[in-house]
Design a binder for this molecule. Structure first.
Ligand SMILES: *Cc1c(COP(=O)(O)O)cnc(C)c1O
Length: 965
């Protein structure tokens, strides 16, 4: 017997084999099925030679795969360079306590964080209910008619509100007024968004609101960034009489005590729900929110959860008004938002559920009382507070600002930097008497009164009065729905969270074979660093010397992604793929402008593109010209060439996805890039399909100028049930100087760069460690193996299913890339069984459906990823074949065309155990079509959701409690 070498024995924590599902023997079996000797031979047959990369990924110090514990230790060392300091900086971000029960059972629970966007409502009732609770909480707190399922952050939400007003307003004005006490980062995001649309943004003193007369919209901040709480009621009426509409950016905690904007004339209310239990995380991810009047619901951007009924007439939740979104409306969509911030919205909603209205009011009142006490203390010390009114924020005049900041940091506190003669302080839920004592010490030192006696709390408390206008005290009730009043004990809360999670199918129960969405392993070791305080408790505007670790990690991740994509530089600011597209197109625009070619505004987009592509092009005011695809699903190069020639002078760029959305490595990609370049255009390669490219081919090397990546697809950030995401862009060297800044917050990457596309300089910074860990643990060898195995897995499924369902598009030798499209249309024509029926029937078999009807209507697109073991692939294949057998029975007439297990799928336990059974198939056939299901069975909580009913009877708030009983 050969003795195992010490090196082999030491390879105990090899992560690669944990991440990649099938082992070597299983891979060989699959290769045998395909008729290839090795994985390398398979890849050679699939990836065009002229783009094939044969060198190892140039990952530098991260080339060698790191064992899990070593990677964690290395990252911990980097994180340790961050200083965790109590940040009372405010400016839209506040300290908060994530309730432990929510931290462990949602934030750190794969049942929630590995779920997909709830497009399939029957297996998503838990998260849909949680999002509906979020919508209800926002609707109540803002006093508006309807709220959506989350926005990417407060800045982008405000920018979306601006364009919403343009869509629904009657004013022809191109002027948008922003109060000068807005959060500076919000203003910068608005300015970036306004410029290409020809909107002029003007700031004004909110004290002079009544004089605004020529705008289509006005944005107010409530309370203002300086802390002031202004009563706008009379002025808002005057401004509205001029035809302008009103957006209010509001603080949710303040709204528990203040009259909500919905009661004083707001048309749209936006903001951030971060301080409802979501860690600071150096700026994100957090759920932004948007609420509006009921009459604008069809124009509202983002996702919306609504109530409907299922096939049996029982209440069910679903995503409503989908026809507003990009996958239907393309460049005419209400916005390009696809991935949003679902997980964070769920956390914020559960914070409201857990605390309830009284609990929230208590927190807010305590924060306000402390702020009053602090104001009293400061006056005692001789300071002048410049804001007369406040909720939780004070602006303090001082000629010793620097000394105060230094004294504060020495006492473990960050204050807000305003200018040389003012400092700001915002109190939050985490503040206690100890914090007030520390602040006393800081300000006493700053006033040269080191020895002043500490304040007498009892006496000051007596004198601390409410410091906002009495007329603005909130009179209306909020969060009256039972869900916010019922789960206040931890036992009840724990069981509520568990009951919701149990309704849903996430990656912790089944593969989620979603084409284009890459639902791969989100490894626990990748997730662990996210909740380390060194990453989660850092304010985005903390002083640079406290964020050294963050910036080192971010710099390393940028380098890793450059190595992977072949680009020269990467910006991690965009907080979703769609935002990456928008940022990338702005960069292209800026490049053309810099060369005196700002007139170039034509964006070529193949007909097969993801809906966000045309929606993003329209955000930057480019004109979309659609190019055709041939019968093999490839971009029709002749048509593309003709259109490039036709628009040669004005060609800005092409947006293509590679490998194509049809799941094929098109041979002509290099030629495509050359055609567009020859007409002076830039090439935008949508990187959503990078899972088929990493280590095999690099977009930056084969002709791309810009790509966004979806770190929440290819690089293991979990999908969160519809967000968070990170959509970094990589660019060629000639575009690097145009990458986004966030100047208002002190982040200037390059003088020539575009303005901010997100509120925070590094977007969703706190989830970047996930991708860092993934790349560090996989190394060059592992990343390439992952890509090759993803392609192998997809081809294995395609080959096994091809005899049963036609595979729509393929390249050489019938091979596909990392996903495959099954064409259900011939079967639908013959039997009436649709792709939707198959998708719903898969739920009875315990599977999440594949992608439905994208990019081709009537099809299913399957992407297994490398993380699924052969056993799981076989289980899926077996289910699909069994379903094909059921369809055959419809074909043969053995099953009725309308009364069969497909048309009535999914089957709930209630239906199957009812005393009445009028189906023309048996109960066991419905529930246990495969013997293996008797051992493990998922029960869908509702039957098939009725989409039409839901949109016709739109209801987007919590249903009355009777509906639950
Ligand atoms: C997912 C996806 C996008 C959009 O990314 P989000 O993060 O959801 O905004 C764009 N293009 C393609 C091809 C995608 O699959």
């Amino acid at each position: 017997m050969t003795r195992t070498s010490l090196t082999q024995l030491e390879a105990r924590d090899a992560f690669i084999a944990r991440h990649i599902g099938p082992d070597a023997a299983e891979q060989q079996q699959m290769l045998d099925t395909l008729g290839y000797a090795s994985r390398a031979a398979l890849i050679d047959a699939i990836v065009p030679e002229n783009i094939r990369n044969r060198a190892a990924l140039p990952l530098g110090q991260f080339a060698e795969p790191m064992p899990e514990q070593a990677a964690l230790a290395k990252l911990k060392g980097i994180a340790a360079q961050n200083k965790v300091v109590k940040s009372l900086i405010g400016q839209g971000y506040h300290g908060t306590f994530t309730p432990g029960v929510v931290l462990r059972n949602i934030f750190e629970n794969p049942a929630w964080y590995t779920a997909y966007t709830p497009y399939q409502p029957e297996i998503s009732q838990g998260r849909l209910e949680a999002i509906l609770n979020f919508q209800q909480a926002i609707t109540d707190l803002t006093g508006m008619g309807i709220a959506n399922a989350s926005m990417l952050d407060e800045g982008t939400s405000a920018a979306e509100a601006m364009t919403l007003l343009q869509r629904v307003g009657k004013s022809k004005s191109k002027l948008f007024y922003v109060a000068n006490d807005v959060l500076p980062q919000t203003l910068e995001v608005i300015r970036t968004r306004a410029e290409p649309l020809g909107i002029e943004v003007r700031t004004f003193d909110p004290a002079e609101l009544a004089g605004v007369s020529d705008a289509f919209g006005v944005l107010l901040q409530y309370p203002g960034v300086d802390g002031s709480v202004r009563d706008y009621r009379a002025d808002v009426e005057k401004v509205k009489a001029t035809g302008a509409m009103i957006v209010v950016a509001a603080d949710l905690l303040a709204l528990t005590l203040l009259t909500p904007p919905g009661e004083w004339g707001a048309d749209v209310v936006v903001g951030n729900s971060q301080r409802f239990g979501v860690p600071l995380g150096f700026g994100g991810p957090h759920a932004g929110y948007m609420a509006t009047r009921d009459e604008y619901k069809r124009s509202m951007p983002g996702r919306l959860v609504g109530v409907t009924v299922d096939q049996q007439g029982n209440m069910a939740y679903r995503l409503a008004l989908q026809t507003r979104e990009q996958h239907i409306r393309r460049e005419k969509a209400t916005s390009n938002i696809c991935t949003a911030q679902v997980l964070l919205a769920v956390i914020a909603s559960m914070y409201a559920v857990y605390h309830g209205p009284q609990g929230l009011a208590q927190i807010a009142t305590r924060v306000h009382r402390y702020t009053g006490i602090l104001a009293g203390n400061l006056r005692t010390l001789g300071y002048r507070i410049t804001n007369q009114t406040f909720f939780d924020t004070l602006t303090i005049a001082t000629d010793r600002a620097e000394a105060l900041h230094a004294a504060a940091v020495a006492n473990g506190i960050n204050l807000r930097r305003i200018d040389a003669s003012h400092v700001g302080v915002s109190l939050d839920e985490t503040v206690d008497r100890g914090t007030l004592a520390a602040l006393w010490a800081v300000f006493a030192t700053g006033a040269g009164k080191e020895n002043a006696d500490a304040p007498d709390f009892a006496a000051i408390e007596e004198s601390a009065e409410d410091a906002f206008p009495a007329e603005l005290a909130r009179a209306s009730a909020y969060l009256t729905h039972p869900v916010f009043n019922r789960y206040h004990s931890e036992t009840e809360m724990l069981r509520y969270l568990r009951s919701l999670a149990d309704k849903d199918l996430a990656l912790d129960r089944t593969m989620i074979p979603l084409g284009s969405c890459t639902m791969k392993l989100n490894a626990t070791s990748e997730m662990i660093p996210v909740t380390w305080p060194e990453f989660s408790n850092i304010h985005p505007f903390a002083p640079e010397d406290q964020t050294v670790g963050y910036r080192e990690m971010i710099g390393q991740l940028e380098e890793m992604l450059c190595a992977v994509t072949g680009y020269a530089a990467v910006s991690l600011q965009p907080n979703a793929g769609s935002q990456g597209e928008y940022a990338g197109l702005l960069v292209i625009q800026k490049y053309h402008q810099s060369r005196g070619e700002g007139h170039r505004n034509i964006c070529l987009i193949p007909s097969s593109a993801h809906g966000t592509n045309p929606a993003s092009a329209s955000m930057v005011n480019m004109q979309v010209v659609v190019t055709a695809c041939d019968e093999n699903g490839n971009v029709d190069l002749a048509d593309l060439k003709a259109k490039a020639e036709q628009h040669s002078k004005n060609l800005a760029c092409v947006m293509v996805t590679y490998p194509s959305t049809h799941g094929v490595f098109e041979e002509g990609i290099k030629e495509l890039c050359e055609i567009v370049h020859s007409h002076g255009g830039q090439v935008y390669i949508d990187g959503a399909n990078m899972n088929a490219l990493v280590g095999v081919a690099a977009p930056g090397a084969f002709g791309g100028d810009v790509s966004h990546l979806n770190l929440h697809k290819t690089f293991c950030i979990p999908h969160g049930g519809g967000g968070p995401g990170v959509g970094p862009i990589g660019v060629g060297a000639h575009l690097a100087e145009f990458l986004p800044n966030q100047r208002s917050t002190g982040y200037q990457r390059n003088e020539k760069g575009i303005g901010a596309v997100s509120a925070a300089a590094y977007g969703s910074a706190s989830i970047l460690p996930i991708s860092w860990m993934y790349i560090a643990m996989m190394g060059a060898e592992g990343l390439t193996a992952a890509t090759e195995t993803a392609i192998l897995n997809a081809n294995y499924i395609a080959r096994r299913l091809a005899p049963h369902y036609p595979v729509l598009y393929s390249g050489h030798d019938g091979l596909v890339a990392h996903e495959c499209i099954l064409d259900l249309r011939p079967l639908t024509d013959a039997t009436g069984i649709s792709n939707e029926d198959v998708a719903k029937r898969l739920m009875d078999y315990g599977f999440h459906a594949p992608t439905m009807s994208f990019p081709v209507p009537g099809t299913l697109m399957i992407e297994p990823t490398e993380s699924e073991a052969k056993a799981e692939l076989d289980r899926f294949i077996e289910a699909m074949i069994a379903i094909r057998g059921e369809i055959a029975k419809v074909e043969s007439g053995e099953f009725d065309k309308a009364n069969n297990p497909l048309k009535f799928a999914p089957h709930t336990a209630a239906v199957l155990t009812a005393d009445e059974w009028d189906r023309q198939y048996s109960r066991s056939q419905a529930a246990y079509p495969l013997a293996s299901l008797r051992k493990q069975k998922y029960w869908p909580p509702v039957g098939r959701a009725d989409n039409v009913y839901g949109d016709r009877n739109l209801m987007c708030g919590c249903a009355p409690i009777s509906a639950y009983e």
